[in-house]
Design a protein around this ligand. Structure first.
Ligand SMILES: *[C@@H]1O[C@H](CO)[C@@H](O)[C@H](O)[C@H]1NC(C)=O
Ligand SMILES: *[C@@H]1O[C@H](CO)[C@@H](O)[C@H](O)[C@H]1NC(C)=O
Ligand SMILES: *[C@@H]1O[C@H](CO)[C@@H](O)[C@H](O)[C@H]1NC(C)=O
Length: 349
């Protein structure tokens, strides 16, 4: 008897939610609804769901995060009443173009989730692949797929951006489709930097290139002057290798040859902002051997080594991207207001 009542209440709740979803869907939400709404249900609830409207929900997106019903959450509608004036001011002042290196087979499995999470906060967002997809949309540049051609992909992507999007941003960030970027912290850091200087920032590796270079997976961000220099001389093969080698190291050589300096992005307490591994690895250590030879800042680990205003992490799988969104933009310890730390800006060295 009691379990029948529970079932009824459960069924009614699900029914109402579906009706709501159905109506929202039919009346046309402002953006495609899967990116705007999320549904969270336990596996148990999921198996209980039997509804003709279920077909609306069997979206790859939602399957990935095992998302189905309750509670409906509008990802942009913060219930926190956070004071985000400063972030919104910086969003206008420090315009960041993000380009995400992806591939045809990763569009649906990875790139789509990048777009649904951190990358929607970029002022301008481009997905660059080897094949054009007008519906996604992804920009196809004329390179074969595969690890051997990542250098060409990067060179041609920056060339494309130089030719088509120079006026759209003040800074130009390259990321992979498994990079996670906290745009607010990126803009905060860049607000003390000069985009008319030939400089770029990222996770600093000290090998191979004289001044070192930045890890490709942690993402790196170029000033406008760096873009201008790249646009002027980046296609010259004696200055920049056009394909082959390791993408990030080759790009680092190219930058060095163009007189673009590697910038210092560690904060006043010596903590890192760009990260070539996922948060857990930087917190716990357990680095691969090569990292001790490569890392320019002594392969530190632990909470004290990571800036509270960290900018990027790498090797973040799809479900963790949604988890990061939750921890960074949603979860709050009640009764504690985030106090602004003394400005720990890193200055270019
Ligand atoms: C292009 O993108 C759309 C939307 O993400 C996707 O459904 C479609 O499968 C893609 N087409 C190809 C050929 O990859
Ligand atoms: C390419 O760069 C080299 C070295 O700076 C220079 O000598 C050469 O003239 C450049 N070639 C072109 C076509 O600009
Ligand atoms: C990098 O910048 C920080 C913050 O300004 C500073 O404390 C640190 O000494 C700098 N590191 C180098 C190598 O210049």
């Amino acid at each position: 008897m009691q379990s029948n009542t529970l079932n009824f209440v459960f069924g009614l709740t699900i029914g109402l939610v579906f009706a709501y979803v159905g109506i929202s869907y039919m009346t046309g939400p402002p953006t495609p609804w899967p990116t705007q709404m999320r549904y969270v249900a336990t596996e148990d609830q999921e198996t209980k769901l039997r509804s003709p409207l279920r077909s609306f929900l069997t979206h790859e997106d939602l399957e990935k995060i095992r998302a189905i019903v309750q509670p409906i959450e509008f990802m942009d509608a913060h219930v926190h009443n956070d004071d985000d004036k400063e972030a919104r001011r910086l969003e206008k002042e420090i315009r960041v173009l993000c380009w995400v290196m992806t591939s045809p087979e990763n569009l649906e499995s990875k790139a789509k989730h990048v777009r649904s999470t951190w990358a929607r906060r970029c002022n301008k967002l481009l997905f660059i692949s080897s094949v054009t997809n007008k519906t996604f949309p992804a920009i196809g540049i004329d390179v074969p797929e595969g690890r051997d051609h990542l250098t060409a992909k990067t060179m041609k992507a920056f060339k494309y951006i130089y030719e088509h999007h120079m006026d759209d941003a003040d800074w130009f960030m390259k990321a992979d489709d498994d990079t996670y970027v906290i745009l607010e912290n990126l803009r905060y850091f860049l607000s003390s930097q000069n985009t008319n200087e030939p400089i770029y920032f990222g996770h600093h590796f000290k090998t191979i290139v004289k001044q070192g270079y930045f890890s490709g997976g942690a993402g790196y961000v170029l000033s406008k002057e760096s873009m201008r220099r790249f646009g002027a001389h980046g296609s010259n093969e004696t200055v920049c290798r056009q394909d082959g080698g390791a993408e990030d190291a080759e790009f680092g050589k190219c930058m060095e040859n163009l007189g673009v300096k590697v910038g210092n992005s560690t904060d006043k307490l010596g903590r890192s902002r760009f990260h070539c591994f996922d948060p857990d690895t930087h917190l716990m250590g357990g680095y691969p051997d090569w990292y001790y030879q490569y890392d320019a800042h002594g392969a530190k680990k632990g909470r004290e080594s990571i800036s509270d205003y960290a900018i990027s992490f790498h090797y973040v799988p799809v479900d963790k991207m949604y988890a990061m969104e939750f921890y960074i933009y949603h979860l709050r310890p009640y009764g504690i207001e985030s106090g602004k730390q003394e400005l720990n800006q890193g200055r270019s060295s």
